[in-house]
Structures are given as C-alpha cells and as structure tokens.
Design a protein around this ligand. Structure first.
Ligand code: RIB
Ligand code: CA
Length: 319
C-alpha cells in the first residue's frame, strides 16, 4: 500500500510517520501549516526523518495558510518549535524539489494505489483536488485524523485540524473519495499516560529515548491545558487502521463540515442515525430528515491495548 503522510509535525504526526514507514510503503511526507508555521513543521519533518534514519523518504513543503481562515497555531500544546521536548540538530536533508500539492498530484497520477493520510489541516489535500480534479478518481482512500463525533478541542464543537481550515475539509468530504476518519471521540482514548511513555523509554534505543522525551513534553502540555491524564496519540490512529483494521470499530456515516455556525464553525456534523438512503443528492428538508448516504467510515471505538502494542513494537524496531 503506497502512502503519503501529510501533516503538521507535531508530536503525534511524528508517530504517524514512524508507524507508516515501518509497515507501509511510505512514498512521501508532505507538510502543511497547523501545529506551528509551515517553516517550523517542515523543519520538524526533516528532523524526524533524520533521527529515525528515514532520509530516503522525500519531504515536500506545502501550503502556508488555510484556504480562507488566517493561520492558527498550537504552541500551547506542541511548543514554540512545534516539536518541543528534545533538542534535535538543525536538519541538513534537502526538501523534495516540488511543492507538496504538486508532489501529491504527481504521485497519485503516476500510481493507481496511493492512500493519503492527512494528520493536519486538509489544505494541501483540498488544493491538490482543486488543481487536479482527476486525482479524485485515482486516490484509493483518505485516512485522516480530524473532527469528532462529540466534543471539540479548539472550540466546544470543532477539532483543530478541521477548525483551522473548514473550507478545505468540506472540499475533501465532498470529493467522493473513500474516507476513514478518526475524531477526538476515539483518538483521546489513545492516551499515552506516564506508564505508556515509560514502556517506550524502557526500549532504551536512541529513537525510543527521543520519542519518550518528546511525548513527555506533549503529555505535560495536554495535562496543563485540558486536564488530561496523558498525551492523546491522535494521528497514528489514521495509520494504524491501515496496518490492522481490527484495532478499530468504524461506522459508515454522512459527514458534513459546518462552515457558518456562530458557535459551531469547523464542526464535523456526523449523521449517526444509521439511515440508509437510495439517493445521493437529497436536498433541503429531505436531506435533513432522511439523511444522506454515508460519505465516510467514522471511528467509534479503539482497542487501546492492541494499538499501543503495535506502536511500541514498531518503535522498538528503530535503531
Ligand atoms: O486535534 C488534534 C490534531 O491537531 C492532531 O493532528 C494534532 O497533531 C493537531 O494537528
Ligand atoms: Ca497533526
């Protein structure tokens, strides 16, 4: 399975990359503004491929701002660098010689089995779909971290990746491409408490030690800001399902992105009513009451123990 990871590293994006590189054919990493500025998250992506020994994987730099919104970063969670917690050397690996949007378009058009794994705002994916609509017919699947069946984090209703660029998310969810989506209702359960971080640290390798240091910073941030007990490992969920689908329970639903709500802009409005429809394009009251056909598989449960076994076994396979 050829995969492109598109993210805003970002402590949990890092884990998505490390999982994908060991279990899937990771043909590229593309970066997008989100947790920090495009410059910072791109530097972090290069730091990650360097410390993990993955410099053969091309890194392409993407969109510096959302389609409509002003950028919104998350230094309170990921720190000033976007990957605080362990000082990593300035990267020397060169970037791919094309924009992330062109990288995504070229790799999808050249292959028939590319899966996209966006773990940041969906700006790069939307821009690629707008620039080259034909990729919608060729992308096998989009497995993304974003949204929520329940509560938000950036606002009471909206999760960060969607909230930063709701218009981009609407382009993706209306694309007709098969989508697997992992929201806070599940990803908050993938929580690395002190016990899980110590399991990682006990691996004792250079990579595991760096990851444990970074997760300790990330865990402390989430405990301070949200009163959580540990680090929510949101992004690796979107990769883990591609490695072992049985770790999750997925439910088909129609998902719309709220673009107008005063209190709900950026909310993933998930139709959990299990309605099965004969028509794709119901309009008006019919569409509200009877619901529309599912356009995504939405994660509703996770086997936390098997998720962490996969993650920790994978980390132990690095140097
Ligand atoms: O809301 C959590 C998401 O926002 C994660 O992908 C995290 O890395 C940030 O991008
Ligand atoms: Ca992310």
């Amino acid at each position: 399975m050829k995969v492109i990871c598109d993210g805003d590293p970002g402590h949990d994006d890092m884990l998505a990359f490390l999982l994908a590189a060991k279990h899937l054919e990771l043909i590229g990493i593309t970066t997008v503004m989100g947790n920090q500025s495009l410059e910072k998250v791109t530097k972090n992506a290069l730091k990650i491929v360097e410390f993990a020994g993955l410099t053969s994987i091309p890194v392409a730099k993407g969109m510096p701002r959302p389609l409509v919104n002003e950028p919104l970063y998350a230094p309170e969670i990921h720190g000033e660098t976007g990957l605080d917690g362990h000082a990593l050397p300035e990267p020397t690996t060169p970037l791919a010689d094309m924009h992330a949007v062109d990288f995504i378009i070229s790799r999808v058009m050249e292959n028939d089995d590319v899966t996209l794994v966006p773990t940041g705002p969906l700006t790069n994916i939307a821009a690629a779909l707008i620039k080259e609509p034909r990729i919608a017919e060729k992308i096998s699947c989009i497995s993304l971290m974003g949204g929520s069946l329940t509560y938000g984090n950036s606002t009471p209703a909206a999760e960060f990746n969607i909230y930063v660029d709701p218009e981009a998310a609407a382009v993706v969810f209306r694309s007709g491409i098969p989508i697997k989506t992992f929201g806070l209702n599940v990803t908050r359960q993938a929580e690395a408490t002190e016990a899980e971080v110590e399991r990682i640290r006990r691996i004792g390798t250079p990579v595991a030690t760096i990851v444990a240091d970074l997760l300790d910073f990330y865990r402390t941030s989430l405990m301070r800001v949200f009163g959580l007990k540990g680090a929510s490992l949101h992004d690796p969920c979107a990769v883990a399902v591609l490695i072992d689908p049985s770790i999750f329970v997925m439910q088909p639903m129609h998902v719309e992105i709220e673009l107008k709500g005063e209190f709900t802009r950026g909310m993933t409005v998930c139709d959990y009513r299990h309605r099965r429809l004969t028509s794709d394009n119901l309009q008006g009251k019919d569409a509200v009451i009877r619901g529309k056909k599912p356009n995504a598989e939405v994660a509703v449960a996770i086997d936390k123990e098997r998720f962490f076994d996969l993650l920790i076994d994978t980390l132990a396979s690095y140097r």
